[in-house]
Ligand binder design. Structure first.
Ligand code: AP5
Length: 220
């Protein structure tokens, strides 16, 4: 039986950071809709350009294309054992489509929905310090005023994500409150939600997540 885990939480809560670690620990891939959309940056099509425009503004990509993209990704062979969904679902329509898709096409369901909680001030502080190496893709957290920081692994100048610029971060947080926060109750009512304080260290959050996920899986 494949294991599907949905990571919920505001921008900057650490979903991507934790999804990568959980993927290694649990042996199932991270499926990040944000990463899949960012990968379209290299495609020179009107649709790919539109997606980059939407992301840069902090808005959400339309549900139909997002759902179709996730469906295709989950049908790939490396997802046979399940997936850690990072950034999907983000709307009630996406959550309903995911439940239906897992039941009808994978004869399965979501095992657990960990919610990483972080307040707005911490969201803005963390995101303004997030930088990525364009070469090895490692994500770092630096002093926001340090515009010259380089990657300790390969010396490349670290980059700020287009949608991490001031103003867009607040917009993304508002979009989260309006569209995604209702999923907290949606999954709580299904008995799938487990809450974690994302303000703790990365290691502590990982430890808490792993023990909760493993006990949910063991309980079937
Ligand atoms: P996406 O890439 O999913 O962005 P997000 O949800 O806003 O999340 P982030 O990547 O900003 O944060 P995160 O929680 O992964 O935190 P991270 O681990 O990096 O989506 C981007 C855009 O794509 C959306 O705005 C939308 O346009 C589009 N999109 C994506 N999915 C969509 C969907 N389903 N429907 C429609 N549109 C969609 O950590 C953040 C920083 O904090 C890092 O610097 C990290 O090093 C640091 N950090 C992490 N954990 C800790 C810790 N415990 N202590 C201290 N620092 C920490």
């Amino acid at each position: 039986m494949p294991t599907y885990i949905v990571l919920l939480g505001p921008p900057g809560a650490g979903k991507g950071t934790q999804a990568k670690i959980l993927s290694t620990e649990l042996g199932i891939p991270q499926v990040s809709t944000g990463d899949l959309f960012r990968a379209m940056k290299t495609q020179d099509t009107p649709f790919a350009r539109k997606v980059q425009e939407i992301m840069a503004s902090g808005a959400l990509v339309p549900d139909d294309v997002t759902i179709q993209m996730v469906k295709e990704r989950l049908h790939q062979i490396d997802c046979d054992g399940g997936a850690i969904l990072d950034g999907f679902p983000r709307t009630t329509a996406q959550a309903e489509a995911l439940g239906k898709m897992l039941a009808e096409e994978f004869n399965s369901s979501i095992a657990v929905v960990p919610l990483l909680t972080l307040d707005e001030n911490d969201v803005v502080r963390r995101i303004s310090g997030r930088r990525q190496c364009p070469e090895c893709k490692t994500i770092y957290n630096v002093d926001p005023s340090d515009t010259e920081a380089t990657c300790p692994k390969d010396g490349e100048k670290l980059e700020l994500r287009e949608d991490d610029k001031p103003g867009v971060v607040q917009q993304r947080y508002s979009v989260y409150l309006e569209n995604t926060a209702p999923l907290v109750d949606y999954y709580r009512n299904k008995g799938l939600l487990a809450e974690f304080d994302a303000k703790q260290t990365v290691e502590k959050v990982t430890g808490d997540l792993l023990s909760a996920i493993r006990s949910r899986i063991a309980a079937g």
